[in-house]
Design a protein around this ligand. Structure first.
Ligand code: TYC
Length: 101
């Protein structure tokens, strides 16, 4: 058999795309105590006291603050857990997620 017949005409090229990342966003409210927000940020997002305070005070002043970015599953799980921790104490604390551009 000659080459024209046996050689494949196409090559397999594996293309690996990075998963889309999702922002976890902290939303301000008038009721959740500042210390509680900081405590949740430290516990759920492994932030230092300083990092957590900066994120909390930014949301407090501007209305929202991006906490961190994760893959979709991780972002949604953390946002839900953090929001539920507030609910458990009767606070309206809210974390949402949003895809990065
Ligand atoms: N605004 C709240 C207060 O004054 C504190 C707070 C900050 C609540 C950030 C939520 O995402 C938040 N007690």
């Amino acid at each position: 058999m000659n080459d024209a017949v046996t050689k494949p005409k196409t090559r397999v090229r594996t293309k690996v795309e990075r998963p889309r990342l999702y922002k976890v966003i902290l939303v301000n409210d008038d009721f959740t105590p500042r210390d509680f927000v900081v405590m949740i940020l430290k516990a759920e997002f492994r932030m230092t006291e300083d990092e957590a305070y900066k994120v909390m005070i930014t949301a407090h002043k501007l209305g929202v603050c991006v906490v961190a970015v994760f893959t979709r599953d991780v972002a949604e799980t953390k946002a839900t857990r953090a929001t539920d921790a507030g609910r458990a104490k009767g606070y309206p604390l809210l974390f949402t997620t949003e895809p990065e551009e």
